[in-house]
Design a protein around this ligand. Structure first.
Ligand code: 6PG
Length: 255
């Protein structure tokens, strides 16, 4: 692991979620002190649910600077925001409905738009406007999120950067529409370039079913088409892997 990457192993998913909540709180406090706001791109799926449940209850609920926290998503399924598969719906149920985050601080991906390219372009423009980014002749200037949370699927995908999909190459944009053949479905996702410009990138990975893939991603050959999580390599920030013992059970070295 280079000095900008490190691995932290926690006994189980509960301890992992607690560690992630403490890291979120510490980074939020630091960011708000330094520049008056904390910008976070959240991941979807099931792993973050335990984290969001902690953040939306004491002691975090009453101590986080919610007024200064600005939420984005790393990816979204192309479904309405109240659909069972929606990452936004999962976040609303576990966090947004309980934490006093101002509505204007929530930047949902408009993934229900049947014009998927337009949805990606609109989300990219929302981010460009929020971060006052310039459009350059080689594509968008990239946002520097204070924190990007990521998960990893058993196939090595992260966000909606799936193995062998077109989005893996589209690094001149902030967000893109990505067709995922195995689901026969479209997703909207931040690109690896947008993720890699973040100050802090934290993978949360738990469960035995991730162990073999995590070993390949962290210790195997560099094969990002097969293991897109390997594309995540911070330009100037720090990458942390917060994992539980089950997910890390096949690793040969970790902090
Ligand atoms: C999504 C997520 C995705 C997720 C991984 C891990 O939209 O599904 O953003 O990238 O983080 O699939 O999901 P689990 O946490 O459910 O294992």
């Amino acid at each position: 692991m280079s000095d900008t990457h490190h691995i932290e192993v926690y006994e189980n998913a509960k301890e992992l979620a607690w560690a992630a909540a403490l890291r979120f709180a510490s980074l939020a406090e630091q960011a708000v002190q330094e520049h008056g706001r904390f910008t976070v791109a959240l991941s979807g799926g099931s792993t973050p649910k335990a984290l969001f449940a902690l953040l939306s209850a004491p002691p975090f609920l009453g101590s986080l600077p919610w007024h200064a926290i600005h939420l984005f998503w790393g990816d979204e399924r192309c479904v309405p925001p109240d659909h069972a598969d929606s990452n936004f719906r999962m976040t609303r149920e576990t966090l947004l409905s309980k934490a006093p985050i101002p509505a204007e601080n929530i930047f949902r991906i408009p993934a229900e738009d049947e014009d998927h390219q337009r949805a990606a372009a609109n989300y990219s423009q929302t981010i460009e406007k929020f971060f006052t980014l310039a459009a350059t002749d080689s594509g968008s200037e990239m946002p520097r999120f204070d924190l990007v949370f990521l998960g990893m699927g058993p196939d090595g995908h992260t966000a909606s950067l799936f193995p062998g999909t077109d989005a893996l190459q589209l690094n001149d944009r902030i967000a893109v529409a990505n067709f995922v053949e195995k689901f026969n479905a479209w997703r909207i996702t931040l690109t690896a370039a947008a993720i890699n410009h973040a100050h802090q990138i934290i993978f949360l990975v738990a469960g035995e079913d991730k162990a073999a893939t995590l070993k390949e991603v962290l210790e195997g050959e560099y094969q990002p088409q097969q293991y897109p999580s390997q594309l995540i390599n911070p330009v100037k920030g720090t990458l942390s892997w917060l994992i539980d013992e089950a997910a890390g059970s096949l690793l040969t070295n970790s902090d």
